[in-house]
Design a binder for this molecule. Structure first.
Ligand SMILES: NC(=O)c1ccc[n+]([C@@H]2O[C@H](COP(=O)([O-])OP(=O)(O)OC[C@H]3O[C@@H](n4cnc5c(N)ncnc54)[C@H](O)[C@@H]3O)[C@@H](O)[C@H]2O)c1
Length: 248
């Protein structure tokens, strides 16, 4: 059995990961790590990585960028691979993740669903075909508890579109006031409300036509299941940075 430590165990995604692991016959949750600490149905939840007793085979992290330093230190020191699903990292934190991946296996994606990863391919293809004459706007919608904006998935989609333009397009988050005419940017807009799990629309707006490619997540389970699949795949892998396309 692959032993999994669940970081963010007391959160919504953590609960979904633990539930999926309960029904899995290849992997099992052996502990949680969460700033809240405590115990979930008999599973010990440590309030910091330093306190973990026993070595897990892999970490699944859906918590917050605030957990990153402790997690990377633990992963590198103990050679425990980490599947990182948290979003909202700064460029500096992303660089730390990359550096750590020189010493330990790290899998990071802002979206574990098959559909969104296919959408990334589709929007790149659309951008290549439609070119500069189509303005690209991304609208993402999430629940009212989400703390970061734009979503990690919106950034992933923007990066996919931008890769068709040699990464030359700047990103503009929302617009207000007299903001002037639109340039060659990719516009991103964040809607927050209620219990929306995650919706992403990528619009290609041309002279007399609009193409919209959309993804709608109906439950957080789709992300948790993807993370468990990634963890089983990552356990035992050599150091390196891995992503969804490696397992699809
Ligand atoms: N990659 C994906 O597919 C995907 C999908 C959904 C959510 N997410 C991301 O996962 C993260 C968690 O989402 P959620 O909906 O479960 O949030 P949540 O607020 O329900 O849970 C987050 C948990 O992390 C814990 N936490 C916060 N800071 C911590 C720290 N420093 N150390 C340890 N634990 C800490 C909190 O106590 C909480 O229990 C977010 O960044 C979200 O954007 C990613």
């Amino acid at each position: 059995m692959i032993k999994v430590a669940v970081c963010g165990a007391c959160g919504k995604m953590g609960a979904n990961v633990i539930e999926i692991l309960q029904g899995d016959n290849e992997a099992v949750a052996v502990c949680g790590i969460d700033a809240r600490g405590g115990n979930i149905g008999g599973l010990t939840v440590y309030s910091s990585f330093e306190d973990i007793a026993g070595k897990p085979d892999v970490i699944i992290d859906f918590s917050s960028p605030a957990a990153l330093n402790g997690e990377l230190e633990y992963a590198v020191k103990n050679n425990v691979p980490a599947v990182i699903g948290s979003t909202g990292f700064t460029d500096e934190q992303l660089a730390k993740i990359k550096k750590a991946s020189e010493k330990v296996a790290i899998f990071r994606t802002a979206n574990f669903s098959l559909g969104v990863n296919l959408l990334c391919e589709l929007v790149k293809r659309a951008a290549q075909t439609l070119g500069e004459k189509f303005d690209v706007e991304i609208i993402e919608k999430h629940h009212n508890k989400k703390v970061d904006a734009p979503s990690g998935t919106a950034l992933m989609l923007a990066d996919s579109v931008n890769s068709a333009f040699d990464n030359g397009k700047p990103y503009v988050n929302g617009r207000e006031g007299i903001c002037g005419k639109r340039g060659n940017e990719i516009g991103m807009h964040a809607v927050r409300g209620g219990t929306i799990v995650g919706e992403h629309d990528v619009m290609f707006c041309g002279e007399d036509e609009i193409i919209t490619v959309s993804h709608s997540a109906r439950s957080k389970k789709v992300f948790a299941a993807g993370a468990v699949k990634a963890a089983k795949w990552l356990a035992g892998k050599p150091a390196g940075m891995y992503q969804m396309k490696d397992i699809l």
